[in-house]
Design a protein. Structure first.
Length: 404
């Protein structure tokens, strides 16, 4: 068997294991939402109190993610990735035994601690272990795995288990799925092994020191542009997920199931776009052109919904197109971030810039809620399109930070 063939098989295994871990991260991020009506009845709490569990999850995860890259670069992304899977799985499993509402809050924080490691750990492993000629596909499959996690979580936990055996068993089974996957990843951990760097030996070439690295990072225009890119696209996603359905119902008097089909079409288009984007990123070495071009098309398509009257069928098709073109950009975007990262500091870099997702996801709903309360339904779509357009400028700035 030839050396390239062996290397290709190793790449495939690495990509598969990392994508599985990313799938589980997204699987657990949305595991509680469908159960809220049952938890409300069980514990006698409000939806606002239940929503606090989600705020804790994303808030703690965002803060930790910005700095967990230090551990990834020092101890290896492979160890941290397995830690993340085990921690999130255990937290969700224990939620199934929660005797009172308040117990869910520290368990959500524990799940957040596990969730915080995935982006810096996953992307560091892929950057280190996968051959550059396959890196675009690796990033694409990684993103596709996360999207699949969003899809299958309610199918397995809510429809598959909870509807038959109750919400507690649903969470317990969800936790056991993750722990079983952790055993599989542990079985093949040797292929994921990352070099350990001793900071006292001067081998951490990504920065003078951890504090010095972050000081240099916040003064780096390309990497801060990457951070704000994630803020912008997360804000657009928050608007798409949380407000476009209601905006369609209010503006066009669209039946709820048809309005919800628009968001479903968006995610379907995104999943296809991510996979195709990985192939394109590997075949055509112009990541900034691919990323900015896809965002431009997504911005124009999304804005047309806010500017023109059209049928719901056309709107669903357009939203699928928005997902497709924004999805195509993701592998090229990750290649740009990798290229701008200081050598030996991909964990810290990915951890910091990806924390922008949590900031954008936390702040944007407040503004979109303001638009909805004011009856500005067209503006919901226009703002989402505007956010995609603004993200183009961050991509152009990020391009300037590419290492030779």
């Amino acid at each position: 068997m030839t050396a390239p063939h062996i290397a290709g098989r190793a790449d495939t295994l690495v990509i598969g294991l990392v994508a599985l871990a990313h799938l589980l991260s997204h699987f657990y991020q949305v595991v509680l939402g469908p159960l809220f009506p049952l938890l409300k009845e069980e514990f006698g709490v409000s939806y606002t109190e239940l929503g606090l569990t989600i705020s804790v999850l994303y808030g703690v995860s965002g803060v930790c993610q910005a700095f967990v890259g230090i551990l990834v670069d020092r101890y290896g992304g492979d160890r941290l990735m397995i830690f993340g899977v085990v921690t999130m799985s255990t937290a969700v499993l224990l939620m199934g035994f929660a005797p009172a509402y308040w117990v869910l809050l520290p368990l959500a924080a524990l799940a957040a601690l596990g969730n915080s490691v995935f982006h810096p750990a996953d992307l560091s492993i892929l950057s280190e272990k996968v051959h550059p000629s396959r890196l675009g596909r690796a990033f694409g499959i990684h993103g596709f795995g996360g999207t699949c996690g969003y899809f299958i979580s309610p199918i397995i936990v809510y429809y598959g288990v909870t509807s038959v055996a109750g919400w507690r068993m649903g969470l317990i089974v969800a936790g056991l799925i993750g722990l079983s996957a952790a055993l599989l990843i542990w079985r093949y951990r040797s292929v994921l092994a990352m070099p350990r760097r001793d900071p006292s030996s001067g081998e951490e070439r990504g920065g003078k020191a951890d504090i010095g690295f972050y000081r240099d990072l916040v003064t780096s225009a390309p990497l801060m542009s990457a951070f704000f890119y994630f803020v912008l696209v997360a804000a657009a996603l928050a608007g798409m997920q949380g407000f476009t359905v209601t905006a369609l119902v209010e503006r066009f008097d669209t039946p709820l199931h048809l309005a919800a089909a628009g968001v479903t079409a968006y995610f379907f288009g995104g999943a296809v776009g991510i996979l195709l984007g990985g192939e394109i990123a590997d075949r055509f070495r112009y990541p900034s052109f691919i990323a900015s071009g896809g965002l431009a098309i997504a911005a124009v398509l999304m804005s047309t919904i806010g500017l023109f009257d059209m049928s719901i069928t056309m709107i669903i098709g357009i939203m699928c197109g928005v997902g497709f073109w924004s999805g195509i950009t993701q592998p090229s975007r990750d290649i740009l971030v990798k290229g701008a990262a200081p050598e030996g500091a991909s964990g810290k870099t990915f951890g910091f810039v990806y924390s922008g997702l949590d900031l954008g996801g936390a702040v944007a709903p407040l503004y979109f809620g303001y638009l909805m309360d004011g009856g500005l339904y067209n503006e919901v779509f226009l703002v989402i399109g505007g956010l995609y357009a603004l993200a183009i400028f961050t991509i152009l700035q990020l391009r300037r930070g590419q290492r030779a």
